[in-house]
Design a protein around this ligand. Structure first.
Ligand SMILES: O=C(CO)[C@H](O)[C@H](O)COP(=O)(O)O
Length: 229
């Protein structure tokens, strides 16, 4: 199965938040494809980050690239709707944080966004097969969610291969459907090739990009490693 073109998605969690608009503009100018937006509520995860007003501000600032909102919140539906209104492109959520996963996916799509599910390192993919028709992105966490700068959990490689097989089997029967397989947590230049080889096509990287002195050369090195992987 032909893989989708790789997308690099810097996580703004690791950006200099005092200069967020410029940071996002700079990382896109350096070659990033989409903006990964980590929403944490100090309830589903033990950290607190950005609300819809920040996404709306980035749109007003002139950011037109896709915004990939990863909701680490419970409950899901109200904030998902607010992010759709604020200009999100993708809205993904953790299935265990929604009482009605199918309904949440439908609501996100009805609001005009692409919808996706996020799986923590120890969360099985089981639910996926029942909602594949409503999913545009599958996001696998390769760290436990809540903080940037953690180490990649190697078991995520086998899980990527499992998710890739599920997606490919579904797409083979439903030609034209596009479902991205995204990985998030501990992604670096030196492991991104193996991550790509395991099946990912969309790569979130926070500290590896925003912690680098030169965003463009880091993103270029990541693309080369993906191509070689
Ligand atoms: O969702 C996240 C944490 O919950 C972050 O997106 C993720 O950890 C990225 O940061 P890094 O690349 O530094 O690991």
């Amino acid at each position: 199965m032909a893989k989708l073109a790789p997308l690099i998605a810097p996580s703004i969690l690791s950006a200099d938040l005092a200069r967020l608009g410029d940071e996002v503009a700079n990382v896109l100018a350096a070659g990033a494809d989409i903006v990964h937006f980590d929403v944490m509520d100090n309830h589903y995860v033990p950290n607190l980050t950005f609300g819809p007003a920040i996404a709306e501000s980035l749109r007003k600032f002139g950011i037109s690239a896709p915004i990939d909102v990863h909701l680490m919140v419970e409950p899901v539906d109200d904030l998902a709707a607010q992010f759709a209104k604020a200009g999100a492109t993708y809205v993904t959520f953790h299935p265990e944080a929604s009482r009605h996963v199918d309904r949440s996916l439908q609501a996100i799509k009805a609001a005009g966004c692409k919808a996706g599910l996020v799986f923590n390192p120890a969360t099985p993919l089981d639910v996926l097969k029942y909602v594949m028709d409503k999913v545009d992105m599958v996001l696998l966490m390769s760290v436990n969610p809540g903080f940037g700068g953690q180490s990649f959990i190697p078991g995520a490689l086998n899980k990527l291969a499992d998710a890739r097989a599920l997606i490919d089997a579904y797409v083979a029967k439903n030609p034209g459907r596009e479902i991205r397989l995204e990985i998030d947590g501990g992604v670096k230049t030196d492991n991104i090739g193996a991550i790509a080889a395991a099946g990912a096509d969309t790569f979130v990287a926070g500290s590896a990009i925003f912690g680098a002195r030169d965003y463009a050369s880091t993103i270029k090195a990541m693309r080369a490693a993906i191509a070689a992987g």
